[in-house]
Design a protein around this ligand. Structure first.
Ligand code: HEM
Length: 122
């Protein structure tokens, strides 16, 4: 898939509560919607397919709670079963600097993307 900017919303995504496992289906593969959770809220970032789509720079955040990675400005090897089974990350050990960095992303997501619900435990 080319990393171009698609002006594409996802009318099929209704506002609801999401578990990490449900969220994990929305990585944008097969050109489907892309969801990302940040600080307890779930955003439809399909408009940012050029960032988060398959093969794109920030694909590692797609379908996940990306809070810790964004806060710490880091990437990892991708979603794991252990991550899906674990409780929602409390982020309690993060530094003030990490939390400020995270809040900047929350600001961006709030302005740019549609919030489609809350992240909840299974
Ligand atoms: C060499 C380091 C990096 C470069 C050169 C870079 C570059 C960029 C650029 C050019 C944009 C687009 C800004 C715009 O639209 O105005 C962007 C957005 C973004 N970057 Fe980075 N970045 C880097 C590192 C990181 C890291 C470490 C993270 C997080 C772990 C990150 C997360 C993001 C996110 C979430 C966006 C917003 C995408 C969106 O609009 O949905 N970046 N970055």
């Amino acid at each position: 898939m080319e990393c171009i900017y698609h002006e594409q919303r996802s009318p099929q995504i209704r506002y609801k509560s999401w578990t990490k496992r449900e969220l994990s289906k929305y990585t944008g593969s097969d050109n489907g919607p892309i969801l990302i959770a940040v600080k307890g809220k779930v955003y439809d970032v399909s408009l940012g397919r050029g960032f988060y789509g398959t093969g794109c720079a920030y694909n590692v955040f797609a379908g996940r709670d990306a809070s810790r990675l964004l806060a710490t400005q880091s990437f990892d090897d991708g979603m794991t079963e252990a991550e899906l089974d674990a409780p929602i990350d409390s982020l309690q050990d993060l530094t003030d600097e990490d939390l400020e960095s995270l809040d900047a992303y929350v600001g961006l997501f709030t302005v740019k993307y549609q919030c489609v619900g809350d992240l909840i435990e299974d």
